[in-house]
Ligand binder design. Sequence first.
Ligand SMILES: Cc1cc2nc3c(=O)[nH]c(=O)nc-3n(C[C@H](O)[C@H](O)[C@H](O)COP(=O)(O)O)c2cc1C
Length: 357
Amino acid sequence: MKECLSLCLHVFSGTGNSLRAAHWLAEGFGWERSRLVRIGRAKAPVTSPAPDSLTGFIFPTHGFTAPCIVLRHALRMPRTRRAPAFIIASRAGTWPGFLLPGLSGNAMYLVALILLCKGYHIRGLRGLDMPSNWMSLHWGLSQRHAAKIIARGKRDIEKFAGKIFAGRRHLLSLNNLLELVLGIAFFPISAAYLILGRFCLAKLFYANWRCTGCGQCARDCPVGGIILKGNEVKRPFWTFACESCMHCMGYCPEKAVETSHPLAIVFYYTGTFSLAGALSAWLMRSHLLTVSLQSAFWFRAVHLLINYGYMLLSFFLVYWLFYHLVRIPALNRLFTSLTLTHYYRRYHEPGMIRKDF
Ligand SMILES: Cc1cc2nc3c(=O)[nH]c(=O)nc-3n(C[C@H](O)[C@H](O)[C@H](O)COP(=O)(O)O)c2cc1C
């Protein structure tokens, strides 16, 4: 395999980990011969790679898979004739005294599969441990621990890049095989995340009483998932387009972006109610439905669709109500005091500032 003359990196990043990895790669290859394509709200034009160009995809893992926006971007890539490509999925490293690696599951394999179908020749796959940024779940890592993980990540990327840039492969490693096995095993979780979980997570964000309505979160959101609502007092409203990338939470200057844990409990009770089940029970009681019909395939498919639509609608309606309730200062303070993220340290890649995005 021959070496390439230019490098085109397709990057999606919420808190800067994947962007940092892209910078390491561009430094290693030479900035003057590298191009960064930002995956995000402004649909970047995807042009066919030059004959001697190497294509890279770098993005965070979400729900043991690739974020939806990355999958959509991969699907928009042009067809090629065996243009070389590599994929890096950054994942949640933590430091309980040693590096506890994250799990990217099928993230890099799904993107690799799409690129393979487009005619790319996959040269390398790598799960990259960077500090976990999932602040809805846990407090942000300390600067000291984050620095340790990032230093290791840099070494891993340099080793990986050395091989890929020299025209060698990095596919069959123990780590990649483990990710493949677990990626297949966790596929139902990833599918549930893409179909439903990400919408639920998007609707847990709100602004606490510290919010000044400056609109930075809406302007900077990489996927355009936040809109500012209100006439005099403007407050951010998270739409279903949100990818839960944590950019808003990590970079808000007022530390005003929260994930409401009490709301997650409400979603659990409202969202898991089976509307289709209640409807069919009512139809049975009214003798409009027979037991034999209930076992038909199409009946179960309709059942599933009704419940799916209902869940999305319930997330939207409950969030809409919640959004209006937390505009009342006293209620905002109450919900915020019950929300774990209020007590958590925030994280973004220590060297990355807003204008780097
Ligand atoms: C909503 C969400 C889901 C995540 N899911 C996973 C996961 O399944 N496995 C994992 O190892 N890391 C997971 N992470 C952690 C990120 O992939 C990781 O911290 C990544 O380095 C963030 O990169 P970024 O700063 O470029 O966005 C998740 C993070 C978020 C916000």
